[in-house]
Design a protein around this ligand. Sequence first.
Ligand SMILES: [Zn+2]
Length: 257
Amino acid sequence: MDDMSSFEERCRNAARLIDGHSSIMAFTGAGISTESGVSDFRSPGGVWERYRMVTYQEFIADRDARKGYWRMKSELFRELSNAKPNAAHIALAALERIGKLKCLVTQNIDGLHQDAGSSPGLVIELHGTNREAVCLSCSKRWPIGVVNSILEEVDFEPLCDECNGFIKPATVSFGQAMPEEEMVKAFRCAQESEVLIMIGSSLQVEPAASIPRFAAENGSKMIYVNRTETASDHLADILFRESAGKVMSRVLELLND
Ligand SMILES: [Zn+2]
């Protein structure tokens, strides 16, 4: 680990690592989106602080919990509709265009990677997406805007027009199982990755946090970009505490030189 060397030197080392390998993987968490104005649910003052957390089980069982959940989401959508991808999202999309980035695993549900130009097929959303809503009974899907626009009309309790089932944003809620297919794909990526760029996760939430660890165990080089200490900093070959946008745009510049 060379966290004592200068910013420029670490950027050069990161660019060299990426340049020298063909299978690059990115793993992103909430920290990459805070620079786009999306609040991390752990950060004070966010939407999350003003609402009680609703588990999947409560959502299913309790009408008031469902309504509270949708009220919280409708506030969050207002915040998300103003969010634009930042330099770090854009750099990852550029890494894909030059043929380096083979997969992008994210814990985020904000869709900003796709907005930045990353191919939907490349992005693996471990916690689902806020861009769609899904019927919990028949799995019918809607763009989130469609459901969001009728929330007040239906008193924050939208129901499926096919089967009358409960509709929920297509995210993985607390207490809900991780999507199996995405987990399998993410671990396969980690196994094949030669260099993993981790951006904006404190790597505390399992099982997502075990994905970068698995990459390291399979011989991948590790570049960590996170404002605060993570649970596995000791695995990082290159460690950044600087802003993700600043780091990734500099690394990209060096790659393009
Ligand atoms: Zn339905």
